[in-house]
Structure formats: C-alpha cells, structure tokens
Design a protein around this ligand. Sequence first.
Ligand code: ZN
Length: 431
Amino acid sequence: MSPKNELDREHGFYKRNLETMPPAQRTKYLEEKLKKIIRHAHKNSSAFRRRMEATGVKPADIGTIQDLKRLPVTPKSLLIELQKETPPFGGFEGVPLAKLRRIFVSPGPIHEPGEADSHDLGWAQALYGAGFRPGDIAINTFSYHLVPFALNMLDNALFQVGCITVPTGVGNTEQQVHILRNLRVTAFCGTPSFLLNLAEKAEEMGLDLRRDLFLRVGFVAAEMLPESLRSQLEEKLGMRIRQSYGTADIGCLGYECFEKNGFHVPDDKIVEIVEPRTGKTLGTGKTGEVVGTTFNKIYPLIRFGTGDLSLLTQEPCPCGRTSPRLVKILGRVDQATKVRGLFVHPGQVKEVVAKYPQVAKYRLVVGRNDQKDEMALQLELKAPPLSLENFKSQVEKSIRDVLKVRGIVEFVAPDTIPEGSKIIDDQRSWG
Ligand SMILES: [Zn+2]
C-alpha cells in the first residue's frame, strides 16, 4: 500500500498565479521586480554600482527588460577576478557580511553568500514541476559540503514544497540503497549518473527495483540527461525523472515540467539570450549565451553571463505554464564541457600537459560508454620516455589532480591529432 500512487504529480502549479500569467502581465510583473532589484543593487552592491556608473546609466533609466541591454554582462571569469581582488564576493553581495549565515566555496575558486533564510522560488517551482509533492520523503544526494546547491538551494526548496529531506550527500551507495528501502523514499535529488549507480547497486544487492523501492519522482541536475538514460531509469525504477538547469551563483534558470518540453524560466529570474562577447540581446529562437538576472537581494547578480549556449521559445506549453522556455542547453561558449558533472576547461588540460615537455601534441577526447562519461587524453610524444607505463600513470595522476575527474592517457602516433584541433573534443551525442 502506497498512498504516494494516488498523488497527482502531473498537474498543478507551485504558484498558479505566477505560473499562468498571460505574457504581457508577466512582463509587467518582472519589470516591477527588475526596477526594485536595480535600485537595491545600486545602493548596496559596490561592484554593481561601479559597473553601472562606468556605463553612465542611472537606476531610473532601467524600467523595462529591453533597458537591461544598457548594462554590461558580468561573466563568471570576471566575478572570479573581482572576488580575488576584494574577497569574499568582490563587492557583488547586496547585504553586509555580518548578515550572512554561510559562505560557500565553489571550484574557481568562487564564493557564494549563504542566506540566513532562503526562499528560492525557482528551485521550488522546479521540484513541483518534477512532480514533488508535500509529504514526499526525498534523498538529496548532491554535496552538502562547500558548494551551495544541496544545502542553501535545494534543501530549502524541498522544505518550501513540503517534502521531508534525508540529507544523504554524495557517495555511500550501499547505505543510500538501505535508506531508499527502509524509509520508503519517494523522491530522488541528484545527478543522473548517481541514480544509475544506486539502481545498479540495488540490483547487485538482489533487490527488485519496483517492488522493494518506492521511488516515484526524480529531480536531476548538474549533468546532461540523455533521453536513453532517462527512459532506462524511469523504466527500471518505475519513476518519472525531470531535469533542471541553473548555476551555483544565480540559482535555477530553467526547469522541465511533466511535458518534457524544454526548461521553463522560473518567475524569480529574467533570462536573456545574448550574442557572446557583445552582450547584444537576441530574439526568441536565436542561439546565444544564457544571461540571467536574479531578484535575490543577498546576491543581486544582474546580467550574469553563464557561458552556456541556448535559445528561448514562447510557444505555449500544454502544462499551462506561460513562462518562456530554454529549448535545450547546447554547450559552452568557451568550449568548457562537463564530464561526470564537473566542468573541464581547456585551460586545465593545458595545465596538465605543461608539466610534461615530452608532449608534442595533445587533445582530450570525451566520449560515452554504457551511459557513463569517459575521458581520454591523447598524447603525441616527441620521444618515448624510459618507461611508457610509468609516464602514463604519472600523467593520469596529474589529470585527476587538476581536473578532479579520472581520465586515461592514450599514446597516439605522430600526426594523428590534426593541426589546430580543439583542445577538448567532445564526441558525446545526447540522443
Ligand atoms: Zn510546461
């Protein structure tokens, strides 16, 4: 007997009045919020004020979403640079430091302020859209350490929706399977690959995934979700899986509803698609960089450049939500890519190879095998080292140290790697 079966997870809204607004009304709603956050950021965030003053634009000049294009895009790389100059937040914080509850530290390194009382609307809308309902028992398998996603964002959003959270964090697969079973966990938060690990571990432990486990819904993020993996997991576990998109800096920028129809933009953000480098706003249907503006007073990022490529659509969605949708995430502006949930950047690959003068040419090939990411660093050597085996394991250790993701080294014959080829060759297809 599971009362969870009787819940309608496919319909309904977290905030009906916001989610079903006619587009013109939404524009008005967002513009009111925009005017307020611009005034707040100009008054309280020294970094934003400086950047605004450099353009000669005054807070009163920003009245509409179109006016946003008069302000500069702040890319993550600039945020990192300014934070180094003025730690911890580079002056982007919108409250005095003493008002904060936590400081998070993400790879970069980059810091994010943690709120005393977080009410992030976007992630709550995302969880509801994924079918999470009050009374669900959810495991949150994202990392609770250092980074803000699991604790500051998702844990609070689960509470807002009315779910009961088991803060399991990453790893401990076998223990997590016991938790799934013993607590009759109905909802999963984590990466698709970790859900796959759990399913495989449960099978290994002799469990019947549909009879012995009680999962109904899954919220996944931080990794690509190929449709083949989604349907494989949904079928195996008898659950529905929906994905979301956002960043640790700005929060949720899009979420899937039950229609699996792209990513609805939540009602606490303005999302623009801009031409990378110029910051010029592009119309719906045009591919460009995803730039987000949040209404979060603690960390009021205005025109934050995510470095992700996507496009927006205004086509109506059968779910009834009227917000625009990001059609899908198409890759990275700067060629960085995600491998097993972690960003791998061309600069990091250069850093690994710089330690080894024996290397003539190199290329990192990212592929997919059995629904898992694989990474091989191909090397062309000037001359063979004394022991190829030792050299191989040395470089593989450097890959682990610098990239934080395991990868293998492949030695290739001279002139295998074409002149001028990309440093990261992402060969994965997400069909
Ligand atoms: Zn929808």
